[in-house]
Design a binder for this molecule. Structure first.
Ligand code: IMP
Ligand code: MG
Length: 189
């Protein structure tokens, strides 16, 4: 296994992300959720979810936390449309307010799939929070209730998001130079 050494250009830095997370938590708290269950969509949202949860605590909420691991199949960096559950939530969602947390809203298929799943299981309300929204690539109709940043329609990494399993550890969101990279090495979770 090789360690990627490509340069990553910072798009959203740590300070901007931290500030925006506090604002998002304030907006979420203002929606007055009851018995809130936060469902983080793995893997890409793990860092955003961890920071957002602490910001929600500071905003006075006491959410419970769950994880669902979804995989959206991709050809290169383009979504093909199928979504698979790799790990399901374990808590009862019936009658609860749920906040789905994901890293990026792109085609919308991942979020629509997860939202439909939780609604079908009887959630009272399913709200959605995404760190990034790429506006130009929507394939299905969905708007996130809470959006961190509008993102250019380019492949981004860091702050939980990967390219070929690398870069998730970066504390910022950045753009990576993909010249000469095998396209089907990229993950989509
Ligand atoms: P959607 O189903 O097309 O909305 O895809 C959203 C999912 O694709 C996200 O949850 C990410 O896991 C992944 N994804 C989309 N764009 C990027 C990107 O630029 N970098 C890393 N992962 C991405
Ligand atoms: Mg994802």
């Amino acid at each position: 296994m090789t360690t990627p050494s490509r340069r990553v250009r910072v798009l959203f830095d740590e300070i901007a992300i931290a500030r925006r997370n506090e604002e998002l938590a304030g907006e979420i708290a203002a929606s007055r959720p009851e018995e809130l269950l936060v469902v983080a969509v793995l893997k890409g949202s793990f860092m955003f979810a961890a920071d957002l949860l602490r910001a929600l605590h500071r905003s006075g909420l006491s959410p419970q936390v769950e994880f669902v691991h979804l995989s959206s199949y991709r050809t290169g960096t383009v979504s093909t449309g199928q979504v698979e559950i790799l790990r399901d939530v374990q808590s009862e969602v019936r009658g609860r307010d749920v906040l789905l947390v994901d890293d990026i809203l792109e085609s919308g298929r991942t979020l629509v799939f997860a939202k439909d799943l939780l609604m079908a299981r009887g959630a009272k309300r399913v709200m959605t929070a995404v760190l990034l929204e790429k506006p130009g690539r929507r394939a299905v109709t969905i708007d996130a209730d809470f959006v961190g940043f509008q993102c250019p329609d380019a492949f981004v990494v860091g702050y939980g998001m990967d390219a070929a399993h690398a870069y998730r550890q970066l504390p910022f969101v950045g753009l990576v130079d993909f010249d000469n990279q095998e396209p089907d090495l990229f993950g989509g979770t």
